[in-house]
Ligand binder design. Structure first.
Ligand code: SME
Length: 148
């Protein structure tokens, strides 16, 4: 687990303004890891996943529940670590250069807020280390969202 990044996120989430805190967390993620092309959130809103703060290229603004890697992770309420998105049926290619993707649902005490999405241009960029790191980060973010 990347304890330095998790600690940094914990500090950034002390900011009272939720949007400011969430924006800074995407910057911390994006600039802490190598070979990352996108880092951000999709939040549940009006029956869909709606684009939230992010770092990276312009992305699709909404995703249907159950669609793409994000909508599937949300619907199944489970982390999805996709080594090669070109082999994921229904992958939504916001950025054609994206090759692997890690999506972690934002859940606190059974309530789901959306997903944290990290993309890489590299095949198999994410391993157990990243899964653990982003599960820890997602749980910190979810608590912040639940606390309002
Ligand atoms: N690839 C995602 C869409 C969001 S972008 O990667 C920023 C998906 O299949 O859900």
């Amino acid at each position: 687990m990347n304890t330095v990044l998790v600690k940094q996120v914990k500090e950034l989430l002390k900011e009272k303004d939720r949007l400011s805190a969430l924006c800074n967390v995407t910057a911390a993620i994006f600039y802490s890891l190598d070979d990352i092309s996108w880092a951000g959130y999709y939040f549940y809103k009006n029956g869909k996943l709606q684009l939230g703060p992010f770092q990276g290229k312009v992305a699709c603004t909404s995703i249907e529940l159950g669609k793409g890697v994000c909508g599937t992770a949300y619907e199944k309420k489970m982390l999805l670590n996709i080594n090669d998105v070109t082999r994921f049926d229904g992958h939504i290619a916001c950025d054609p250069d994206s090759r692997s993707e890690l999506v972690v649902p934002l859940i606190h005490e059974g309530r789901i807020f959306g997903v944290l999405d990290i993309d890489s241009p590299n095949y198999r960029r994410f391993g157990v280390e990243e899964e653990e790191t982003f599960e820890a980060i997602a749980s910190l973010i979810s608590k912040k969202l639940a606390d309002g």
